[in-house]
Design a protein around this ligand. Structure first.
Ligand code: NAD
Length: 554
């Protein structure tokens, strides 16, 4: 198949689809893998808005524009095993000479020199076509749909239950805003963890998508109906999820008025982007879209003010007993800018629930079957259960995921694995490919939200023990270690999750194609990657990380 035939078959804007099966279109699996994953990120089942190449997280894109995307595809189809493609904010800018165990693609997205790192400057550059927002896994081609965040969200909600409700989440109501690409995982994660759940989104299409993919149970436009369902479910201790169309600020006000105080309260609207993410109260979705275009300054002003009001309601609920935590969208910072001085009076989910996992090198390990065959994922599920039989938590998760998760695009799976475990799993997957037990290679990657790959003072590195929250040497060391170790593609981004100016983070994906070369790369990368997380947390003085460092002789 030549370039034009390939574009016609898989990449006619805005209809993108990854090839499946074990026939190569590129020169080797090392380049076929990023090609398939790039197209998979933009598959309509996967991406929130493929028309604008937006994958998730507000405006997180996979490529800068349709032309740039075509050029990346052309380069990947031609790239040899002694070459690496350089991608600058979603555009192919050159090919460098490397070697077979080097990354095939080196990606840098949305990076700005610190003094210029503001949304305003970013937007000016974006208007001139010079940059794009890569979010975390959108621009690094390892987004796997809402499932990608499902287990992390489940772990977070379950940890909240253990910390605050003695592990019993029945008869507990969890409320959150935002049911988009990531936030859409909340209803299923909440019900899996045992809560009654109310989610609020201004955009009915987003809730409809969660109904179709079975992430949410019910949808309504009517506040009274939602209220009656959640009140009954809470009394009966039923784990049911309801998606209500509305503005989260307005709905929290109504709940307060009706004295319905959620047991747990958080938010996953796209607050990290006050212009193109968050929708201010007092505007319909259509009015908001129009105002964004006609008067960006007025939009931002309203957005910040709305976020201040929204957080104020969250604080009021906290005072009345809700367990409130920030869920990684920088809502507190923009509420503070909008005038809510007490915005940081509740903590983020990382210091609340996740940091102990980071200290063990645990993070979101994900993999994708490039064959497109769900049976390949079931084979990996079985192999993992066999490899870690003592880990009942993992075994339970894998069985639940098989029953409840509908694949979006190429079949994929996620589970949180720690130091030692990631390397083991990688080698096991490579053996499955080598022995022909799966029909094509598997790629292994992760979110940038991980133990060693991110500096984000309002999120992953909030409240570090030694005050090193804003030091971004760590994600740089992580990406350099993964490049040197031989990841198949690597990325360094700015802004993902919390917005321009607030974070820097690194991603990696490594291929298991059943070869000895892949095994060497997998062993190095899947050792080094969590090890950087342990170095980071041990250096900051966390006893747990110091102990793990000793245990693994790091
Ligand atoms: P998204 O843009 O796909 O979805 C955001 C949703 O919020 C949209 O459906 C939008 O309609 C809705 N929304 C916006 N303003 C609203 C309002 N005032 N009231 C009700 N609904 C409103 O984004 P996403 O991928 O779901 O990510 C959500 C946020 O979480 C982003 O800020 C993202 O950066 C952050 N994030 C968090 C994590 C994490 O692990 N906690 C991971 C990735 C992203």
């Amino acid at each position: 198949m030549n370039y034009s035939e390939f574009i016609n078959a898989y990449a006619r804007h805005p209809h993108y689809k990854s090839p499946t099966g074990n026939h190569l279109h590129a020169c080797s699996w090392q380049t076929e893998a990023p090609l398939r994953m790039l197209l998979n990120n933009l598959d309509t089942e996967v991406a929130e808005n493929p028309e604008e190449l937006i994958v998730y997280g507000g405006t997180g894109q996979a490529a800068r524009d349709p032309e740039a995307l075509k050029e990346i595809i052309r380069s990947l189809l031609d790239l040899k095993e002694n070459e690496s493609l350089l991608v600058q904010s979603g555009k192919a800018v050159g090919v460098v000479r490397t070697h077979a165990e080097a990354p095939r693609v080196l990606i840098a997205n949305s990076n700005l020199v610190p003094a210029w790192a503001t949304w305003q400057h970013f937007e000016e550059l974006k208007k001139r076509g010079l940059i794009m927002y890569g979010q975390m896994t959108a621009g690094s081609w390892i987004y796997i749909g809402t499932q990608g965040i499902l287990q992390g969200t489940y772990e977070t909600f379950a940890a909240c239950g253990r910390k605050y409700f003695n592990g019993d989440t029945r008869h507990k109501l969890l409320v959150s805003g935002g049911l988009g690409g990531m936030g859409g995982a909340q209803p299923l994660a909440a019900t899996l963890a045992g809560y009654t759940f109310l989610g609020v989104d201004v955009d009915p299409k987003r809730i409809e998508k969660r109904i179709v993919t079975r992430y949410i149970d019910k949808m309504t436009y009517d506040y009274e109906e939602a209220k009656s369902i959640i009140q009954n479910a809470k009394i009966k201790g039923e784990a049911i999820s309801v998606g209500l169309v509305g503005n989260i600020g307005d709905i929290l006000e109504k709940l307060l008025h009706d004295n319905i105080i959620p047991d747990a309260l958080t938010d996953q609207t796209s607050a990290h982007d006050p212009l193109n993410g968050y929708v201010p109260a007092g505007l319909t979705l259509q009015e908001a879209i129009a105002l964004r275009k006609s008067d960006a300054e007025e939009y931002k002003r309203r957005s910040l003010k709305s976020m201040a009001r929204h957080v104020n309601f969250m604080l009021e609920m906290k005072a009345k007993g809700s367990k409130v935590f920030d869920y990684g969208n920088n809502l507190r910072e923009f509420a503070r800018q909008g005038g809510e001085k007490r915005a940081f009076e509740y903590q983020g989910f990382v210091p609340e629930f996740i940091r102990p996992l980071f200290c063990e090198g645990k993070g979101p390990f994900r993999w994708v079957a490039l064959s497109g065959d769900p049976e390949d994922i079931y084979a990996t599920d079985a192999a993992l259960m066999e490899t870690f039989p003592e880990d009942s938590h993992l075994t339970h998760w894998l069985s639940v995921a098989r029953q409840k998760v509908i694949f979006q695009g190429l079949p994929a799976r996620i589970c949180w694995l720690g130091m030692g475990e990631r390397e083991k799993a990688g080698v096991v997957f490579n053996e499955l490919v080598r022995k022909g037990k799966v029909k094509a290679p598997i790629v292994i990657g992760r979110d940038h939200l991980d133990c060693g790959s991110v500096a984000s003072p309002n999120r992953e590195t909030e409240g570090m023990k030694d005050g090193s929250d804003a030091i971004s040497d760590w994600p740089l060391l992580n990406v350099m270690a993964n490049a040197s170790g031989g990841a198949t593609w690597i990325s360094f981004h700015h802004g993902g999750g919390v917005g321009i100016g607030y974070s820097q983070h690194a991603g990696m994906v490594v291929l298991a194609d059943g070869t000895d070369r892949a095994e060497r790369c997998l062993r190095r990368v899947l050792h080094n990657d969590p090890a950087t997380g342990i170095f980071r947390h041990a250096d900051a003085g966390y006893e747990e990380a110091i102990a793990v460092r000793k245990k693994y002789n790091l």
